[in-house]
Design a protein around this ligand. Sequence first.
Ligand code: MF3
Ligand code: CO
Ligand code: CO
Length: 288
Amino acid sequence: MRNTFNHNPRNWHPIKGQPLTDMDKRILSFQNRGKLCPKRELIKTKEQIEGIRRAGVLNTAVLDMVSENIKEGMSTEALNQLVHNFTIEHGGVPAPLNYEGFPKSVCISINDVVCHGIPSEDEILQEGDIVNVDTTTILDGYYADASRMFIIGKTTPEKERLVNVARECLEVGMNAATPYCFVGDIGNAIAKHAHKNGYTIVRDLCGHGTGNDFHEEPDVEHYGRKGTGMLLVPGMVFTIEPMVNMGDWEVVVDEEDGWQIYTEDGLPSAQWEHTFLMTDNGLEILTH
Ligand code: MF3
Ligand code: CO
Ligand code: CO
């Protein structure tokens, strides 16, 4: 997740000495109207897409393994070890481990922890908890990033509804993403759906380009105005990962570890994430 300032650079350049392709013409028509366009490096090659696709298959297997093993009474550290060992045994690398100093192989975020929860032996999963497990797998140098919510035993109807609406927010965002749309079209649709259901969207963290690196351009904000943010064209790979709060959108960072993000009001938060490829027909999920 990243948050950088966009100042509308002219990112797109046709290849020197070659005639303009249809894609060049289409992108330049937006760029000439002042829209933020991707750099050419953000368009993945066939080979890169195949690599990211394979990383996605392994990352999905990791999350499926989590869903078979997660249960009341287990520590989040036990789950961390399962994720770590499974990933390594299948030839992958858990991307979170040592990423900018993150100490574990997976993020596990319970109830009012919005994201970046650090697994711990002292943290035991309890009946009624809503838990986000966010795994990112590197395979042959390619990255895939996804997260799911798990409900431990039975929870309250209020928390269950939050989990379901957060999932719908991801789906609504996914359906808003058509080729040559803008990041703001996605965010706008997501925030509308959250607000309609009485919830708020976290603004301090966002989705992101991914695939060749953990976090790439563009920032994929989960709120915003249609027609703003970066133009999304076929070949781009990015995540959508809305964090939906039951109460207010404000969050605070754990001062001790510098990582764990909590809701300021202590109310629960839920998040689902997929890595997507933009195609000529809309988004393809690479982390199914
Ligand atoms: N997986 C998170 C994301 O969706 C990033 C986690 S960074 C880590 O972008 F260091 F905490 F793993
Ligand atoms: Co992500
Ligand atoms: Co993630």
